[in-house]
Write a protein of this length. Structure first.
Length: 231
């Protein structure tokens, strides 16, 4: 009986040591990944990396992580060649396969959300005479100025936002534009306030699923399969 007690105690102690080592290893890995992501994406602050699943060490040996959650701010991407800063991003990566000498990875499945501020969207519009703001009820208020017959006319309209090209392009179109009785005015105004912008710079395999105007900016839902993650 005494020998059995000793074996049980030893098992508990060794199990506790393994758990402690495993947690130290995952904490170190999360820190290293956060530093790499910050450097590769040019972030001003380190992202938060949370590697799920236990034990971590066996996942590393198999070179496949069950799930990795990522939270980051200030990701730089592009909209028709113009820099676009994406606000807070929350992403969930599933079945992450590590490749090479742990230098890169591919997530079998990914899902997440992000928010892009109206100030950043205004800059991405590429026209100093166009401004975007929240219009309420899931609409965007777009204000634009057009020159018609030597007269500067400013219009603020409510616009709908949609996705095109399989979730790789954002389209903004006014629900209606007052013509003010001037022939061709609506077309001129729409040239200013209606626009489409392709979104580039996203990891391969990732696409936009839904975009919804909210008070803090454009709320974007993304998903993907076989998403390639930079090393």
């Amino acid at each position: 009986m005494r020998a059995l007690r000793i074996l049980l105690i030893l098992g508990v102690v060794l199990g506790g040591i393994f758990v402690a080592v495993d947690r130290l290893a995952v904490n170190y890995a999360e820190s290293e990944v956060a530093a790499k992501v910050r450097a590769s994406q040019g972030l001003s602050t380190e992202p938060q990396i949370d590697i799920k699943g236990f034990p971590f060490l066996t996942q590393v040996l198999a070179k496949e992580l069950d799930r990795v959650d990522v939270t980051m701010d200030g990701l730089k991407t592009k909209a028709e060649g113009r820099s676009l800063t994406v606000g807070k991003i929350n992403a969930e990566l599933y079945d992450v396969v590590l490749t090479g000498n742990f230098s890169s990875a591919t997530a079998t499945r990914a899902a997440g959300t992000a928010v892009i501020s109206y100030a950043d969207l205004t800059r991405a519009a590429g026209d100093k005479d166009v401004k975007l703001a929240y219009g309420g009820n899931g609409k965007v208020k777009v204000t634009g100025t057009a020159s018609v017959l030597g007269r500067e006319i400013t219009q603020s309209v409510l616009s709908s936002v949609s996705l095109k090209d399989g979730g790789r392009m954002v389209a903004v179109r006014a629900d209606s534009v007052p013509g003010q009785g001037i022939p061709g005015l609506e077309g001129m105004i729409r040239k200013k306030i209606d626009f489409e912008r392709p979104i580039g710079g996203l990891p391969n395999g990732l696409k936009l699923d839904k975009i919804t105007p909210v008070e803090t900016g454009m709320e974007v839902a993304v998903s993907g399969a076989n998403v390639e993650l930079a090393g």
